[in-house]
Design a protein around this ligand. Structure first.
Ligand code: SAM
Length: 284
């Protein structure tokens, strides 16, 4: 699916990040209140009727969950190199570079969206030499847009690295998802310790029936089919192992910024916390 089709959802998520104090000032203008209100009209009654989490709280759980996993490897393992694809209109890169100034943070997205974000940062006068937004296509296997080339020459392939993929796998067909997992593992496997953090909706026995309605509504906004993947959590776990990850967990996406879980809430989607180590994990 092209970025022109997916970008309405990037504007929608930008609105959620802005409403919840998670957006860099340069990206607050990327919010799209009309899209947000449209989705609330469409999905709000369904959440209220069933008592299931809203789309906004689901997005916040996934965003906070990935923030917590990234913080863990930065603080516990001393990791200092991050690639996030797609960066979309999200502000994690700017937030983390402000918190950890020695972090090298490369965000990639398809050329149109990457240019849009670079312009928004430039207009706001935001410039951080260790935070870059590059043109990158996660489906490209070679050429300048492929992962290995796009991260740039100052990226150290042997240094511990985290690769984040948030809000993307839903748009790919199952073979492309498997190819992305394999590519992610091969890319990270060059380093001493590589971490892969992502979100996904699992199909099969572990799928919340409301996830179906959620994905269907995103399909309407994105004008393309948005999918659940794998046969339950066990199927997702097996796919990660098959891709080559030496450690892998598939966890319900729940919890606020501090990891506090509201026991009345049910997860709609899952988070991948996978790693490939060349040797034993290095704890500081
Ligand atoms: C729903 S947005 C998610 C953005 C961001 N991660 C967030 O949570 O706010 C999806 C993004 O995926 C990007 N995208 C689509 N296909 C891609 C691909 N093959 N490689 C890299 N980015 C892609 C789109 O341009 C869009 O910015």
């Amino acid at each position: 699916m092209s970025d022109a089709r997916i970008s309405p959802t990037a504007h929608y998520t930008a609105t959620v990040w802005a409403r919840n104090g998670l957006a860099h000032p340069a990206l607050v203008g990327a919010a799209s209140p009309w899209l947000y209100r449209g989705a609330a009209l469409l999905l709000g009654p369904l959440s209220r009727l069933t008592g299931s989490p809203t789309v906004e709280s689901t997005l916040l759980h996934r965003h906070h969950g990935i923030d917590r996993m990234l913080t863990r490897v930065i603080e516990d393992e001393g990791l200092r190199q991050v690639v996030e694809v797609p960066g979309g209109l999200a502000s994690r890169g700017a937030r983390f570079v402000a918190r950890y100034p020695d972090l090298l943070y490369v965000e990639g997205d398809l050329p149109g969206m990457a240019e849009h974000k670079r312009r928004a940062f430039a207009r706001a006068g935001y410039r951080q030499p260790r935070h870059r937004v590059v043109d990158l296509d996660l489906l490209a296997t070679d050429g300048p847009l492929c992962l290995e080339a796009a991260v740039g020459p100052d990226f150290d392939p042997t240094a511990p690295t985290a690769l984040i993929t948030e809000g993307l796998l839903y748009y790919f067909q199952p073979p492309a998802v498997r190819a992305v997992l394999e590519r992610a593992c091969a890319f990270l496997g060059r380093s001493r310790a590589g971490h892969f953090f992502a979100d996904l909706a699992v199909g099969g026995p572990d799928q919340d029936p409301l996830v179906r309605a959620f994905l269907l509504s995103v399909s309407v906004v994105a004008r393309g089919r948005v999918l659940a993947h794998f046969d339950g959590v066990a199927g997702a776990h097996a796919a990660l192992q098959h891709a080559g990850f030496t450690q892998a967990q598939v966890l319900p996406a729940l919890g606020d910024a501090r990891g506090r879980v509201d026991p009345t809430q049910k997860a709609r989607i899952h988070l991948i916390d996978a790693a490939v180590y060349r040797s034993e994990p290095a704890h500081r």
